[in-house]
Design a protein around this ligand. Sequence first.
Ligand SMILES: Nc1ncnc2c1ncn2[C@@H]1O[C@H](COP(=O)(O)OP(=O)(O)O)[C@@H](O)[C@H]1O
Ligand SMILES: [Mg+2]
Length: 334
Amino acid sequence: MSALLDVQDLSVTFHSPHGLVEAVRGVSFSLQAGEVLAIVGESGCGKSVLCKSIMKLLPESAQIVGGRILLKGTDITGYTEREMRRLRGRAFSMLFQDPMTALAPTMTIGRQIGEAVLVHRPRLPRAALRRRVAELLDLVGLDPAAARLCPYALSGGMRQRSVLAVALASEPSLLFADEPTTALDVTIQAQVLDLLRAIQQKLGTATVLVSHDLAVVARAADRVAVMYAGKLVETGTAEEVFYDPRHPYTWGLLRALPARAREGEPLYTIPGMPPSLIDPPKGDAFACRNEYALAIDYEEMPPMFQITDTHFAATWLLDPRAPKIEPPVGRWSK
Ligand SMILES: Nc1ncnc2c1ncn2[C@@H]1O[C@H](COP(=O)(O)OP(=O)(O)O)[C@@H](O)[C@H]1O
Ligand SMILES: [Mg+2]
């Protein structure tokens, strides 16, 4: 059976006044129906560009310069805007960081959800449409009375729930959620993530969940892909990446989590910044921030080493000749 989404060796560049930006560099991953994949990494690592390139929502200055995107086995890399629009209405839906930009400010929530349903099912009679809107509101945990409110009358969490209802109106098989909780406060974040998880379990909607925060995705993802400087540097089940991380960048992200700080010790931060993607460093792009870097890291790009059937990491530390290093994150107790 072919995967729902199969991204093969995808590369995306931008033309910018300062030069060519290599925002996505040879990314491969696949997503099975109903699965939640989290993509994590610091800001500027290419997470949004990766999602937008799959949905073909990139600006004109960007170009897919290599690789293929397969949806249920069909190559959609060369799809026209018209073909993509049909896909975005049916197969894909999306949820962005700021729910306000996705909603019309002066139209009631009920009407906005209703319009999204009608795009998908244009001939739905009025009574059935009303029922469907109520069903979607219920699905995202909103009171039916919310249908009569405009977005400005809602809290941030309720707005994001409304956007989710709009996104689910087309019954997508794949949902992209790009930092959907970043603008929300912590308790509401957790509620929205739990909701995404519950919906995925109820409807079987596969989800690509993007976040700069590993702790945020811990509770919601089946698999995790760690992205750095336009590349995936570690992928595995959520268990593997959290409890047995192998890439020094993943160690850094985990050490930086407040939940893992030891009492009385300052919170760890990864030294330095992600590199510019105009002429990115050769070798392992993380080398200059990596206290465990080997000489070869500055010279040659590490291959993806396989750790288990599902766990991969691109670090020279996994080469049989490399010194054995105890990860500085310790083992988490589950
Ligand atoms: N419209 C654009 N023009 C030029 N470069 C861009 C544009 N959008 C994003 N980039 C660059 O692509 C890289 C990846 O950006 P992005 O995917 O937004 O990162 P993330 O979502 O991980 O924070 C960054 O170096 C960013 O500067
Ligand atoms: Mg982003």
